[in-house]
Design a protein around this ligand. Structure first.
Ligand SMILES: *Cc1c(COP(=O)(O)O)cnc(C)c1O
Ligand code: SF4
Length: 361
């Protein structure tokens, strides 16, 4: 649906126009989408706590004025965000494993650099929504140098994740500095950008900009598609520009109740990603973050979904099902259980994708 009449294609394709015209007002969103009059009830209070922000492009993927639309649910403030029961603002304790400002070093060979808290869209399920209200600002020159210096003294570090917020919204000069400083650390072999712009503001991934991202150590980009409807021609162009610049793209989906928690919705997303040459990397079980609990399913749900898809769609399309343990204990990957036990001959019996029990010598 196109809710922005009178806009020229040039304006629409211009990421600066998209940024400048992003919606922050519930009333404007209601008017543009012609949402039912009573649909804003209870949403204002949520908006005070967790502000609305959405690009015209992302909003244009909404197909109906039903508030259960899978795109709309990812950007429309929901009263349930305030009613959530248990759940912590920083369930992963990122703030506790930070040796220098903005750097989270949890695993032996990779560290995470948090560039700020600006995003193109405020995704309602965001695990870092505690940051939305703060003004973290862009990393300063001395913060970038301090992070690089720390990494230089940790020879076991091989990879740095550059994430946020959205690192690709930084001014190009700052981004160029981060890429240059981190690439100058001898032991750093890989830069991994984490960005949702291919989904929320794909216009930003212009060829020149992709070449900037590729200007340092070998770069990968992890993005965050959650629904097949996000796989648009614009997203395909962004993925193609990245790939042509030499940057492989992988995807991290969050399992979201009512959005992608059926075998049909999930396989449409995963197979669509392959067509865009994006490798499904993780399917994340939602973290117990305050303000997002209503999106969570049980862990069994994710296992059930993977079990339904394994063997039936390309192995390339299957992500690892993972979640973060509390208190910064790190990520865990889970697999559907396929062992049924042993037979009298002592052979292990496996359950194949079609449910057949097969002994294996
Ligand atoms: C998820 C995460 C990583 C990256 O883990 P991978 O399994 O390599 O994707 C690194 N550091 C932190 C703090 C993380 O949360
Ligand atoms: S783009 Fe990522 S960090 Fe930003 S609001 Fe969405 S989920 Fe959160």
């Amino acid at each position: 649906m196109h809710f922005f009449p009178g806009i020229t294609p040039e304006q629409w394709q211009d990421w600066r126009w998209q940024r400048a015209n992003s919606l922050t007002s519930l009333e404007e969103l209601q008017q543009r989408l012609a949402l039912p009059a009573d649909s804003l009830a209870g949403r204002q209070a949520t908006q005070q706590r967790y502000p609305l922000l959405v690009t015209p492009y992302y909003l244009s993927l909404v197909e109906s004025n039903d508030c259960q639309d899978p795109i709309l649910r990812q950007c429309l403030p929901d009263p349930a965000e305030l009613q959530d029961g248990p759940g912590e603002p920083d369930a992963l304790a990122e703030e506790r494993s930070s040796p220098v400002p903005r750097l989270v070093h949890r695993y032996p060979d990779r560290a995470l650099f948090i560039t700020g808290n600006y995003c193109a869209v405020h995704c309602r399920h965001c695990m870092r929504k505690r940051h939305w209200g703060l003004d973290m600002g862009s990393p300063s020159r001395s913060e970038i140098k301090a992070a690089a210096e720390y990494m230089r003294h940790q020879p076991g570090l091989r990879e740095v994740l550059i994430s946020g917020g959205d690192p690709l919204l930084l001014p190009e000069t700052v981004l160029a500095e981060i890429i240059a400083e981190f690439s100058a650390v001898e032991n750093i072999q890989i830069l991994r950008f984490g960005s949702r712009l291919p989904v929320t503001l794909p216009q930003r991934l212009e060829p020149d900009f992709c070449r900037l991202l590729a200007s340092g150590k070998p770069a990968w980009l992890a993005t965050h598609f959650n629904h097949a409807r996000e796989l648009t021609p614009e997203a395909a162009r962004a993925a193609d520009n990245l790939l042509r610049a030499g940057i492989p793209v992988v995807n991290q989906t969050v399992l979201l109740k009512g959005i992608n928690d059926t075998p049909e919705a999930l396989s449409a997303l995963l197979l669509g990603l392959l067509r865009l040459k994006i490798k499904p990397y993780y399917l994340f079980h939602g973290d117990p973050i305050a303000g997002t609990m209503h999106f969570r399913t049980g862990v069994e749900k994710g296992l059930e979904l993977l079990d339904a898809l394994r063997g039936r769609i390309s192995g390339l399309a299957l992500p690892a099902y993972a979640f973060d343990l509390p208190h910064g204990a790190g990520k865990i990957r889970l697999e559907p259980d396929v062992t049924l036990g042993k037979n009298s001959a002592g052979e292990v019996i496996y359950r194949n994708y079609a449910g057949l029990a097969v002994p294996y010598f």
